[in-house]
Design a protein around this ligand. Structure first.
Ligand code: HEM
Length: 375
């Protein structure tokens, strides 16, 4: 049987070895550092005085100007503004909509008895949810999906072209919502106020694009990794089928075990000594969430998938001021996705004649295709 488990797709043994031998390692070719231990990863996330998230200033890329790539005080101001459009009550209120979307996707697959876990389920779900939140009209959904796909693809020409198209499209929607506010995210963004400031057009558009880049592929990968891990742990599947309320804690363990974002980047702002190594201003640092979440100093038997792990202080959503703004939404979407699939197709299992392949990215963890037999 030519079939791979998550353990073979993520370099767990490499991470283990390097945590022991060279937890803060320097790469001469790129003048950059890689940091692998949990405590160091957490320290860097917490310390924006020494480690900057700042984007490249010369670029017009709206992502570089977004909340993700700002340091205080600009970060605080932008975060206060965009958080107003992302309040817990609004996210919780999406439950019936997300359930309807998950069930509609299951209806489409029901007749054939087969699906691709990615293309038919884990990928469309977050895209439809965010389109609903933003208030994208039904007729524009196909275009919206194409943009979302292009933003995470490898074609840089298409990436910039699609940012341009989205800028034109969202500027028109923002103008319209200023005149006639609706109950959607864009209307809340254009109205948001903090310290007497409002978001500029570029910031509203940058945030809309950021939501697609930061929110879609990550949630897709969380859902598909959950399917993979549930399928390869028969005892877990049995427990979840018997008690659906265990799904949220199982998803926390998926976030730890197969962290969708494997690494984030910071730039050294002030000289810092970490485990005897001197990091100097201007150098880049890759902070390895994927390794931190398997650190044996924090997690007992880290390479065992244990849905009853308690506590489970994983760093999959980051830590500190940039902590994922979409964490609540990602948790809600993935909970509904997995609970719906378990209810609709309790006998689902991965087609083991298919060899799983990891997506072409070292920053993200996910698989390319996932044929599933539903019953
Ligand atoms: C930030 C992971 C889903 C929006 C982050 C960060 C991580 C992360 C690690 C911190 C980045 C840093 O410190 O530089 C994830 C994972 C997700 C997910 C694993 C799914 C499983 C989402 C969703 C949305 C979203 C669904 C919105 C629709 C954001 C935003 C930020 C962010 C706006 C920037 C926050 C800031 O800089 O203050 N995410 N994310 N994420 N995420 Fe997520």
């Amino acid at each position: 049987m030519d079939w791979r488990t998550a353990n073979e797709l993520i370099p767990l043994s490499y991470f283990k070895e390097i945590r022991a031998s060279s937890p803060v390692s320097f790469k001469k070719e790129t003048d950059s550092w890689d940091v692998f231990k949990y405590e160091d990863v957490k320290t860097i996330f917490s310390d924006h005085e020494h480690f900057s998230s700042q984007g490249v200033e010369t670029t017009k890329d709206p992502i570089e100007a977004s909340v993700l790539r700002q340091d205080p005080p600009k970060h605080r101001q932008l975060r206060m503004l965009v958080s107003q459009a992302f309040v817990p009550r609004v996210i919780e209120g999406l439950t019936p909509k997300i359930e309807a979307i998950a069930n509609a996707l299951c209806d489409q697959m029901e007749a054939s008895g087969k699906m691709d876990g990615l293309h038919d389920f884990a990928s469309p779900l977050p895209i439809i949810v965010i389109a609903e939140m933003l208030g994208i009209p039904q007729d524009d959904r196909e275009r919206f999906k194409a943009w979302s796909d292009a933003l995470v693809g490898n074609n840089s020409e298409r990436y910039y072209q699609c940012q341009q198209e989205m800028s034109v499209y969202f500027t028109a929607i923002a103008d319209q919502r200023r005149l006639e506010p609706q109950d959607d995210l864009i209307s809340r963004l254009v109205r948001a106020k903090a310290d007497g400031e409002q978001l500029s057009d570029l910031e509203v558009i940058g945030f809309c694009i950021l939501l697609l880049v930061a929110g879609n592929e990550t949630t897709t990968n969380l859902i598909s990794s959950a399917l993979l891990l549930i399928d390869s742990h028969a005892d877990v599947k049995e427990q979840l089928l018997a008690d659906r309320s265990l799904v949220p804690q199982a998803l926390e363990e998926v976030l730890r075990y197969c962290s969708p974002v494997q690494t984030m980047i910071r730039t050294v702002k002030k000289t810092t000594v970490l485990r005897g190594q001197t990091l100097t201003p201007g150098q880049m640092v890759n902070i390895w969430i994927g390794s931190a979440n398997h650190d044996e100093d924090i997690f007992e038997h880290p390479d065992i998938f244990d849905i009853h792990r308690n506590p489970n202080p994983h760093l999959a959503f980051g830590h500190g001021i940039h902590f994922c703004l979409g964490a609540q939404l990602a948790r809600l979407e993935s909970k509904i996705a997995i609970q719906t699939l378990l209810t609709r197709f309790p006998e689902f299992h991965l087609d083991r004649s298919h060899v799983l392949e990891r997506i072409d990215s070292w920053m993200m963890f996910g698989v390319k295709q996932m044929p599933i037999i539903l019953r």
